[in-house]
Ligand binder design. Structure first.
Ligand code: MRU
Length: 334
């Protein structure tokens, strides 16, 4: 891989690549407390649905290293709640915390929590590879792919989710082209996706988010491929703000719209997208010294109805028309 890992776990110490500084600087932040982990997640030093789940799992385990048996259950509960509240939308955060809590209910020890966090991280690598295999057939010689935000190595581990089919196809020598939306206001596409794909030698072109329509109208896009923070029981997709714009455009211009979804991002407990809490972020991410000083509307995510999604690329294979599928059964949950 040509980009640094978002998450480093060495000698039982957690370090997070500070993604706020990329691509200008590569700096790692030591995370030695729940406060540090919550701040890193909230301020997007670590971001991307699977990565915040993995980071939270390691941070939770680390925070329990010195806790006595008498205080174990109470502290785990308190630390877990603080982590889960750091960002509300991606299901992976709560999923990872709850997975560690379930393990601790059986084995209340630091060693068990550490092992569970390491297992989540290892599984994530395998899941990304499986998504890559499932999505490889979508990338044909000459395919022009449009992506949004960053669902790459920096958001997950190694191959990323939406980028996994791209990395595997590139390794096989298949020529294709990627267009990366800059992804306002925090520019995950411009700073992260365009950077990581170019580091890997993939042909990538950056565009303003509002240029996507003209690109599709010109017949220059064959496939939209994005990641997701949560897929609800009915197949609705919650992802970075602007994803819905692309889905509507793709429907209008008859471009296939696929979403890479690891099984850890499927949420069978939430019926539909409108039931998900959408994070609204600070106005100062939009209003700055070059803009009028007015209030800003700044939701971090939007909901794409299942009916606009051509398919989910998952670690269990390709699911066409997810809105018509029995997703819990597909993900092996019933
Ligand atoms: O606010 P961010 O940068 O955490 O948003 C990330 C996204 O929307 C990604 O597309 C999503 O988490 C999938 S990452 C594999």
């Amino acid at each position: 891989m040509h980009v640094p890992s978002a998450i480093r776990w060495h000698n039982e110490c957690l370090e997070l690549l500070d993604q706020r500084a990329l691509p200008v600087e590569v700096v790692y932040l030591p995370i030695d407390s729940i406060e540090a982990a919550v701040t890193a997640i909230r301020t997007l030093a670590v971001r991307g649905a699977p990565a915040i789940g993995i980071a939270a799992a390691y941070a939770l385990a680390t925070s329990m290293r010195q806790v006595s048996q008498a205080r174990f259950a109470g502290s785990l509960d308190a630390h877990g709640s603080r982590l889960k509240a750091a960002r509300p939308t991606a299901v992976n955060l709560a999923w990872a915390v709850e997975r560690l809590q379930a393990r601790a209910a059986r084995e209340p020890s630091y060693a068990a929590l550490k092992a569970e966090a390491e297992a989540i991280h290892a599984e994530d690598r395998a899941i990304c590879r499986a998504i890559g295999e499932a999505g490889r057939a979508l990338i044909k010689p000459g395919t022009r792919v449009l992506t949004h935000c960053n669902a790459g190595a920096l958001a997950v581990s190694e191959l990323g989710t939406a980028t996994a089919p791209l990395y595997l196809s590139h390794a096989l020598g298949i020529p294709f082209k990627v267009y990366a939306d800059e992804t306002r206001p925090l520019l995950q596409g411009a700073r992260l996706t365009a950077w990581e794909l170019s580091q890997a030698g993939i042909d990538v072109t950056l565009l303003c988010d509002n240029a996507a329509a003209s690109l599709m109208a010109a017949g220059e896009i064959d496939l939209v491929l994005v990641g997701t923070d949560r897929v609800t029981n009915n197949g609705d997709v919650i992802n970075k703000i602007g994803t819905l714009n692309l889905a509507v455009l793709a429907w209008h211009f008859k471009v296939p719209f696929y979403v890479a979804c690891p099984s850890s991002t499927f949420d069978p407990n939430t019926a539909r997208g409108k039931d998900v809490t959408i994070e609204h972020r600070d106005a100062n991410e939009v209003v700055n010294t070059r803009t009028a000083q007015v209030p800003a509307y700044n939701p971090a995510f939007d909901v794409t109805p299942a009916g606009l999604v051509t398919g989910l690329v998952t670690d269990r294979g390709l699911i066409e028309a997810p809105g018509d599928s029995d997703l819990p059964r597909y993900f092996g949950l019933i």
